[in-house]
Design a protein around this ligand. Structure first.
Ligand code: HEC
Ligand code: HEC
Length: 406
């Protein structure tokens, strides 16, 4: 049954408060037409983590948290049109210095908003130092980027635009000038902020942020299994993997499971030994290089200097205990977001699991045999949303619709 806009708005506003889940099957096609009502799980209260809920944002009449007062109009339909326009801007290569790169170059919707490369490649084939993270299920209250150097999405998005290694604009003014020159972008801007509004990159960033926040999640097989007790959703091997994941292997220490949503991250910073691979020059030399970089230049230094980038959280806090610490990545859709780790240095999921098990205990994971490792990898496929399942050869069982309940 298709619901009316009023009904949809109602569903959005009730989101998360009464067990109603609203989500879009293909957000990059049509962000507002796939909203469905999912029955409340009878035993959600007793489940390991409750019914998945999404951030509530009644301000915009949609699932968008807007800081910009103009974007914060309480008008669902025009919010809908605005988001649509900025979804197009997200994949517009006109928004780069040489017209070859868009946000979607590195955050490809069909790869769960990652790019399948080890490290990002921007204008002029300039190679950065970090792996492009997914934009699905971004934290709303935790620092962003692998090192947490930005607090808010709205301020963050100016960074890729003015990064020499990404969109390649030299200044925020150059970004604004480009928006003024490209009719589609100029019109989207005028429709959002008014035709007489001066174009500035910060507002453009807020508008793109509204789109990024509207990228929705789909329930995963794991959520259906845990929340709705739908045991047919996980194979036996996946269930064994889940037991290892939250038991002996201790993965949930950081890839948290006890939240309302299966984001599988604590959004904290931990050293998993990956950064140490980039310290040929000697730690002291690299630390000095990081300390001599001005904090406001970090956005340029990090994609240019792999050794400094590998210091992770340290470049932000300058606290030695943060050397090599990175924000725990979400494992949602992890089977389709390789290569792995902040520098994309691990190609396969099996190798990523081996790496993580090395740090599981003092025996460096000696107690985990080949079957255990396979079960963990199989379990991680239960985190693939159905829309990406065709890219993950192992997630077929969870994709087949199973009857829930008795
Ligand atoms: C050349 C590739 C590239 C382009 C183009 C690009 N990004 Fe990114 N994006 C990255 C990389 C790499 C990171 C991680 C950087 C870091 O942590 O230092 C990132 C991080 C992010 C994050 C933070 C995610 C998180 O989990 O913290 C957001 C949000 C984001 N990008 C949005 C955008 C938007 C919007 C655009 C278009 C204006 C864009 N990106 C363009 C490569 C790119
Ligand atoms: C102490 C916290 C912690 C524990 C425990 C932990 N992880 Fe991680 N995990 C991280 C961090 C941090 C990263 C990113 C490290 C980096 O890029 O330098 C990561 C990365 C990963 C990745 C790569 C994800 C991506 O998108 O790049 C996978 C897969 C993974 N962990 C699985 C596991 C498994 C399986 C376990 C249990 C055996 C586990 N982790 C235990 C913190 C942890």
């Amino acid at each position: 049954m298709r619901s009316s806009p009023r009904r949809r708005r109602f569903l959005h506003e009730r989101n998360g408060t009464n067990g109603v889940i609203a989500y879009h099957a293909f957000p990059w096609r049509s962000p507002f037409t796939h909203i469905r009502r999912v029955p409340k799980a009878p035993d959600a209260g007793r489940a390991t983590y409750g019914t998945p809920s999404f951030p509530q944002t009644p301000d915009c009449g949609c699932r968008v948290q807007c800081r910009d007062p103009v974007l914060r109009r309480r008008d669902f339909r025009s919010a809908q049109r605005r988001i649509h326009a900025w979804r197009n801007a997200f994949s517009s290569t006109a928004l780069s210095a040489d017209g070859t790169v868009s946000c979607a170059t590195c955050h490809r919707p069909e790869l769960a908003f990652t790019d399948g490369r080890a490290v990002a490649v921007g204008v002029d084939q300039r190679q950065g130092t970090r792996n492009s993270p997914t934009l699905i299920d971004l934290p709303s209250d935790a620092p962003l980027f692998w090192d947490g150097r930005r607090q808010h999405l709205e301020e963050l998005i100016v960074d890729p635009l003015t990064s020499f290694h990404e969109h390649g604009f030299a200044t925020a003014q150059d970004v604004a000038d480009r928006v003024g020159e490209v009719p589609a972008l100029r019109e989207a801007y005028a429709r959002t902020f008014g035709s007489d509004a001066a174009i500035d990159a910060q507002r453009l960033s807020a508008a793109l942020a509204a789109y990024v926040r509207s990228i929705d999640t789909e329930p995963t097989a794991l959520e259906k299994f845990l929340v709705h007790r739908d045991t047919a959703r996980l194979t036996r091997e996946q269930q064994r993997g889940l037991e290892l994941f939250r038991g002996r292997a201790g993965c949930t220490g950081c890839h948290t499971l006890d939240e309302k949503r299966a984001t599988l991250t604590d959004n904290q910073f931990h050293d998993r030994g990956i950064g140490a691979r980039h310290r040929e020059a000697g730690l002291g030399v690299v630390v000095n290089r990081a300390l001599s970089s001005e904090p406001e230049r970090l956005g340029q230094t990090i994609p240019a200097d792999a050794a400094v980038a590998a210091l992770g959280r340290f470049v932000v806090t300058r606290n030695p205990k943060d050397i090599g610490a990175f924000r725990t990545p979400t494992l949602r859709n992890v089977a389709v977001t390789g290569p792995y780790m902040h520098d994309g240095s691990i190609a396969s999921l099996a190798d990523a699991v081996d790496h993580e098990l090395y740090y599981a205990d003092e025996t460096h994971g000696a107690g985990f045999d080949a079957q255990d490792r396979q079960a963990l990898v199989a379990f991680l496929s239960a985190l693939t949303e159905a829309r990406y399942c065709h890219r993950d050869s192992t997630c077929a069982p969870s994709a087949t619709p199973a009857r829930s309940g008795p």
